[in-house]
Design a protein around this ligand. Structure first.
Ligand SMILES: [Fe+2]
Length: 309
């Protein structure tokens, strides 16, 4: 794998560098708080909800509401890029909700609020995929999420969302399975995907993925989640597109938390996007795909007739 920090991108490249947060409305805030803690996030009350923060400061904001809904995504950009991002948004016809010297808020596809903040470039990824030597069980590491890795969202018009995220935020297609699944990386390079778009009839959240650093940390955290009553999901396995190891755990608000590591590192100058058959490209190995894994909980919320589908 290539270190994302060593890649050269044109000085003219305009792109967000990473996804650093997501905001959700959830029905049961107490269950959400317990799950975020079991996931290993540092939790704290905030306003009418709470935050769950990974070691690097990225994280999830959860607010109590009458129905679950993905309401916002947060991205980082390089210092000094806000003005050019404003220009790109205006040229695309995007509504600017707020604008400051080092922050920008846009009305994104499906009404998702996009909060962009100038920040230092992400730290190079920790690349040891395994602990070099298994410690005693009693001395196992904490295995907390190091960072928010990526977010996979449902889009009511996935090709239109691809056009938006490509033109306004500078994300580039890494790989796709037709219009059903698209993986996007930053134009500055780095992780194979910071955002994935899943074709649907409404917006929604499929999964929030956390960089764990090692396969051991994935296993240790999955054990802790199981001990806290969260064993249902899909994993351990390895994806083909992105090459990452995965272990998905069903969260209490109808999507999945993915514990991951080992994403391919993309050099935008040489990467060629592929269009793949999902049967061949979804995963290399792992347990059988659970029924309903791709279901959009928000779609079910809005169309009760499909709730059992
Ligand atoms: Fe993922």
């Amino acid at each position: 794998m290539v270190n994302g920090g060593s890649m050269k991108t044109s000085a003219a490249t305009l792109a967000v560098t990473r996804v650093s947060g997501l905001t959700l409305d959830v029905v049961d805030l107490d269950a959400a708080r317990k799950f975020a803690a079991a996931l290993g996030l540092h939790t704290a009350d905030k306003g009418d909800g709470l935050v769950g923060i990974a070691d690097d400061g990225s994280g999830i904001t959860l607010r109590g509401a009458s129905r679950r809904r993905l309401t916002g995504l947060r991205f980082d950009c390089r210092p000094g890029d806000i003005a050019a991002l404003v220009e790109a948004a205006l040229a695309f016809g995007t509504t600017i909700l707020e604008q400051g010297d080092d922050a920008l808020m846009l009305d994104g596809p499906d009404g998702i609020r996009l909060d962009i903040r100038a920040a230092r470039a992400p730290a190079p990824r920790h690349e040891a995929l395994v602990l070099p030597h298994a410690p005693l069980h009693s001395q196992a590491p904490a295995a907390r999420p190091l960072a928010l890795s990526h977010v996979a969202i449902f889009a009511s018009d996935a090709p239109a969302a691809l056009a938006f995220y490509g033109t306004v935020l500078g994300l580039r297609l890494s790989d796709r399975c037709g219009d059903g699944l698209m993986f996007l990386h930053s134009g500055h390079g780095g992780d194979h995907h910071i955002l994935a778009l899943v074709g649907s009839t409404t917006s929604g959240l499929h999964h929030h993925s956390w960089e764990m650093g090692t396969i051991d940390a994935i296993g240790l955290r999955a054990n802790r989640l199981a001990e806290a009553g969260h064993a249902r999901g899909w994993g351990l396995g390895r994806h083909v597109l992105g090459s990452n190891f995965f272990h998905y755990i069903a969260d209490p608000w109808g999507s999945h938390a993915e514990l991951t590591t080992g994403l391919d590192q993309v050099d935008p100058a040489t990467w060629e996007a592929g269009d793949h058959d999902p049967v061949d490209a979804f995963y290399l190995w792992g347990p059988p795909l659970p029924e309903g894994f791709i279901a959009n909980a928000e779609e079910h919320d809005r169309t009760p007739a499909l709730a059992d589908g």
